[in-house]
Design a protein around this ligand. Structure first.
Ligand code: FMN
Length: 178
């Protein structure tokens, strides 16, 4: 049980021109300070997941294997039409037990901080036995981005550190449950 926790920072968008990699990279950089867990970026685009049930891809098994290797998640969540991106919902739907009894934090962005998409994600996480922590970091498209470049305000840093602490704590506790 001395192994470091493994937490995946999951990019929630796959479209050309997306900003989620910028947000995910920044979160990854800040996570290096926690020391308790090892964080890595997971880009669902890399797995080329077909729409559920509409095709075969070796990416499906690779995605499930990756989920199996993780103790928790930080979801990088954008908001499309007041909800989750189809890509992230499809990725959630592709696995089941692989998600179970793990912890998650949410970092969202949008015109209203992406909070509507984040709340929608929490509903699905409940069904997947993922314990989502309360602390959330939400970025404004107006104040934390300039010309599509991510320029986060320092005011978010305390919240992000709290998110890491909570995810690590719950991921550690749920490791015992699994
Ligand atoms: C199809 C679509 C729908 C969108 N709907 C919303 C919305 O309802 N609320 C919002 O705050 N932003 C909305 N946006 C703006 C996105 O939040 C913004 O483009 C963000 O950068 C998307 O994340 P991504 O770049 O990682 O794909 C929408 C963008 C797209 C492409």
């Amino acid at each position: 049980m001395n192994d470091k926790l493994k937490i995946g920072i999951m990019l929630g968008s796959t479209r050309a021109g997306r900003v989620s990699p910028q947000v995910g990279e920044w979160v990854l950089k800040k996570s290096q300070d926690t020391g308790e867990a090892s964080y890595e970026l997971i880009d669902i685009k890399d797995y080329q997941l077909p729409l559920l049930g509409e095709g075969k891809s070796d990416g499906i098994k690779r995605f499930k294997d990756k989920l199996n290797s993780l103790d928790g998640f930080v979801f990088i969540v954008c908001e499309y039409n007041h909800g989750l991106s189809g890509a992230l919902k499809n990725a959630l739907d592709h696995a089941r037990e692989e998600w179970y009894h793990k912890a998650a934090g949410i970092v969202s962005y949008g015109s209203a901080g992406g909070v509507r998409a984040a709340e929608q994600l929490r509903l699905s996480l409940g069904e997947l036995n993922v314990a989502d922590i309360r602390t959330q970091v939400f970025f404004s498209l107006f104040d934390d981005f300039k010309d599509n470049q991510f320029t986060p305000r320092s005011v978010h840093l305390d919240n992000l550190q709290q998110l890491f602490k909570d995810v690590n704590k719950w991921a550690s506790a749920l490791k015992q449950v699994r």
